[in-house]
Design a protein around this ligand. Structure first.
Ligand code: HEC
Length: 106
């Protein structure tokens, strides 16, 4: 009985920490527009990027690697590290093969 209680407590703690890791779609959209679109817009200094630029798996892999400019720098040097999770959530949620693909205003 005691073991079951311990196990339940552990599972609860685990699910809470997993939930905390999930970023915010809404905040991610805001940060993406503000931070990434500064360069990655049509006519900007880098090629245009939208959530549709990659599939969900590709965005996941991109953020897992955490590299930017073909590995020349780290992604958390480009935007504040605390914004990355939200940006990743937004891009993945609206990727080209996602249920709600989104171009983010072109
Ligand atoms: C200061 C300008 C600048 C900002 C801000 C910026 N990028 Fe980039 N990014 C570049 C340049 C320059 C390249 C390399 C040339 C190209 O692909 O146009 C690049 C390349 C990329 C690529 C292509 C693959 C790669 O890494 O080479 C992706 C995807 C990307 N950026 C995503 C992002 C995301 C997501 C953000 C916001 C978190 C962001 N960028 C913010 C300038 C920027």
């Amino acid at each position: 009985m005691q073991n079951t209680t311990k196990l339940l407590a552990m599972l609860l703690a685990l699910s809470v920490s997993l939930a905390a890791q999930g970023g915010s779609d809404t905040k991610g959209k805001f940060f993406f527009k503000k931070s990434c679109k500064a360069c990655h817009a049509a006519g900007g200094s880098a090629k245009e990027i939208t959530p549709l630029s990659k599939t969900q798996a590709q965005w996941k892999a991109y953020f897992a690697a955490g590299k930017h400019k073909k590995g020349a720098e780290k992604l958390d040097g480009v935007v504040k590290p605390e914004q990355i999770k939200d940006i990743q959530t937004f891009l993945t949620n609206h990727a080209s093969d996602s249920p709600q693909p989104e171009t983010c205003g072109g």
